[in-house]
Design a protein around this ligand. Structure first.
Ligand SMILES: [Cu+2]
Length: 105
């Protein structure tokens, strides 16, 4: 193994330990007048990209107001970042019967 690759691997490990390289983007669909999946578990620093697959417009909005997508029309997406741990109930502002839960670990 060359010194260059050893240095590269060491640098990557340091970045991983610092948690910088671990942020994931989780895909969530809004389809059939419901969130899929309805319960989404992520890690602190991850993002969730909500995509509306329905003809009806939807939002993904925290009950506590801590986040919300814009009104998403069919085929539109929005990405939300989760920077603090907790359990967040969310719903669609247009169809309040549509509910979900995001668990940030
Ligand atoms: Cu809706």
């Amino acid at each position: 193994m060359t010194k260059f690759f050893k240095t590269l691997i060491t640098a990557s490990a340091v970045v991983c330990l610092a948690g910088i390289a671990h942020a994931a983007d989780i895909k969530a669909d809004i389809q059939g007048m419901s969130f899929s999946p309805a319960t989404i578990t992520v890690s602190v620093g991850d993002t969730i990209t909500f995509t509306n697959r329905d003809g009806a417009p939807h939002t993904a909005t925290a009950v506590d107001g801590s986040f919300s997508t814009a009104t998403l029309r069919k085929g539109k997406s929005e990405t939300i970042a989760f920077d603090s741990a907790g359990t967040f109930a969310f719903f669609c502002k247009i169809h309040p019967g549509m509910k979900g839960t995001i668990v940030v670990q």
